[in-house]
Design a protein around this ligand. Sequence first.
Ligand SMILES: [Zn+2]
Ligand SMILES: [Zn+2]
Length: 287
Amino acid sequence: MKYIEKLLLGAHMSIAGGLSESITRGESIGCTAIQIFTKSNRQWSSQELSPEEIKKFKERQKNSTVKIVIAHASYLINLGSPDPDIFRKSVIAATKELLVCEDLAIPYLVLHPGSYTTSSPEVAIQSIAHGIEKIFNHVPGKTMILLETMAGQGTTIGKTFAELAAIRNLIKDKNRVGICLDTCHVFAAGYDISTKKGYEKLWSEFDTMLGIEQLKAIHLNDSKKECGSHVDRHENIGEGLIGKEGFSFLMNDPALAAIPKILETPKSSLEDDKQNMGKLINMILSK
Ligand SMILES: [Zn+2]
Ligand SMILES: [Zn+2]
């Protein structure tokens, strides 16, 4: 029972109507953790947050059941791009997002490492690390950037722990770089976490390549596509190819007890998140 009390579980929440509304939405379905976009995730531009909105958000969270809010950066950002204009725009956009996180006292900003497009993984890894250094130079502070594990679609960087480790190793201020592991992405990247053996292999490799202490958040998504397909299609918990057992290993793993766990499963309403959360909680209760 103690384990349940410590659980940081929730889903990605919309900020429609104002940032603090995300917390209200999360609370309404029993979230203890949520993830938000601090702005529209498909636009370069962003509006400045008013001091009132910042204050409102922080006060709203203070006495909330939502113990942790993490942010996810815009999908447009590509620090691995060989195009200088896209690289520059990406640095500016990510800098702004990190500043907003600092203002809101959000501890983690999840970032897709990037894509190499017409260059090579080696060049993109250098570029991503260089971009993150620039962002940190612009924004001194506490918010960490979490590099997300990727499915490996197209020229995406981050389908192997080695690539993420290579980026991190090039950054001076390593204390500000952690990892967000996405279950659908690692499955699509080739880790068969539907079996105990595959689940253990994942964490043993994670620990060897990155160190388990670098793990700061988990995205809980089942996968519509096969293990090793490199295709990123999220599915409801237990309805995809990872299946209930795979998530049961994760939900009952004491090493992951304190890690915020966020759903990004398909949804038409909050009820869908609530159902997926219920399935995950039952996996702990039934043990
Ligand atoms: Zn993501
Ligand atoms: Zn995904």
